[in-house]
Write a protein that binds this ligand. Structure first.
Ligand code: NAG
Ligand code: NAG
Ligand code: NAG
Ligand code: NAG
Length: 312
């Protein structure tokens, strides 16, 4: 059997390709983490410096329970839907179809102003404000009708009053457009931009959404929780360029700007650009590895050439 230089080079080439692709896999999972049965991946993170900076200090994994923290409080994350760019969160002090929670215990939903462009309740999520006073800002400026109260694709207080939590018999809904404020007023988030029970002078709230493409039967079928949409800049070319060069998208936790996390170094551009290197390491590891492999190939070619052709 004669081992020819071409074969040796071929084998080395395959080893090289293998090492490059396996390091690629390592890059992609660098910032991914798991909390309970939820996968936390870009743009989210539970680690500083990972993900997109718009979602920094947002998610925390506590005893395998993923928690979301914003200015109105903490919520349990039930689901992260990466395909539809949405997450579902739950507040234990939120009213549902089975119970009405009063006493202003619920969080409502208020997000830091700098984060608002990244995180906002989904347009098909409805908030139902319960027991708001007549002086509530909700009813100001609308002396004749309680204009801000409305339903969204069949979800609203009129239907919500049908829940067991409201008991049987006539509810105050019949007075909805009378002199008293309605007991429940449903609003789309866009209309008021913050569900702050203190500011709105409300006793409680509920939040529901429906994932069914068609209008769902009744309030017993709705999903109770807050469906939140997230968005990173639509053409997020920085991250795509970073991942295309084997990096993981992250950010600089101190200066709060995008950072491409490469193997052993960080770049403000991508892992092929030595230019944007922001770490102290001058030679990117990948370049060093590539150089080393080139040396091996040259050495192997020469030595095998001489070993296998001793007559030269
Ligand atoms: C995740 O676990 C929770 C209970 O902890 C369960 O209700 C939910 O269905 C699970 N989700 C998936 C996708 O397995
Ligand atoms: C790269 O950035 C990440 C996140 O900011 C940081 O944790 C890591 O230490 C940095 N690595 C280097 C080599 O600077
Ligand atoms: C809610 O409104 C009250 C009164 O205006 C204010 O003091 C409080 O900071 C607000 N809460 C949040 C989370 O913005
Ligand atoms: C939804 O609200 C509209 C007014 O905005 C009202 O005419 C309609 O009856 C409501 N639908 C239901 C099912 O309550």
């Amino acid at each position: 059997m004669s081992l020819r230089p071409v074969t040796v080079i071929g084998v080395l080439f395959l080893i090289f390709i293998g090492s490059v692709s396996s390091s690629g896999d390592r890059h992609v999972s660098k910032c991914r983490s798991y909390c309970g049965n939820l996968t936390v991946d870009f743009p989210f993170t539970t680690q500083s410096g990972c993900g997109h900076h718009g979602y920094r200090e947002l998610l925390f994994c506590v005893n395998d329970v993923l928690m979301l923290h914003i200015s109105s409080g903490s919520y349990r994350v039930l689901e992260i839907d990466y395909a539809y760019k949405a997450l579902t969160i739950h507040d234990p002090d939120m009213s549902t179809c089975n119970s009405i929670v009063r006493g202003r215990k619920g969080n409502g939903f208020v997000v830091e102003s700098w984060r608002a462009q990244y995180l906002s309740p989904a347009p098909d999520n409805i908030f139902m404000l319960i027991g708001c006073t007549a002086k509530s800002p909700l009813f100001q400026g609308f002396p004749e009708k309680h204009l801000p109260c409305r339903n969204i694709s069949g979800m609203g207080c009129e239907e919500y009053y049908g829940c067991p939590a409201w008991g049987v018999g006539p509810t105050r809904s019949s007075k909805a457009y009378g002199l008293d404020p309605p007991e429940c007023c449903s609003v789309a988030y866009d209309a008021i931009r913050a569900i702050n029970l203190t500011k709105l002078e409300c006793e409680g709230y509920s939040s529901a959404y429906s994932l069914a493409p068609l209008r769902v039967a009744g309030p017993g079928e709705w999903s109770y929780g807050i469906r939140v949409s997230y968005s990173v800049p639509s053409d997020y070319s920085f991250c795509r360029a970073c991942e295309a060069t084997g990096g993981t998208c992250g950010y600089d936790a101190v200066a709060v700007h995008d950072l491409c996390l490469c193997d052993g170094w960080n770049s403000t551009a991508n892992c092929d650009t030595v230019f944007g290197a922001s770490s102290h390491q001058n030679v990117p590891l990948l370049d060093a590895v590539a150089g080393f492999l080139t040396c091996i190939v040259v050495w192997a070619t020469l030595s095998s050439f001489y070993l296998l052709n001793p007559e030269h």
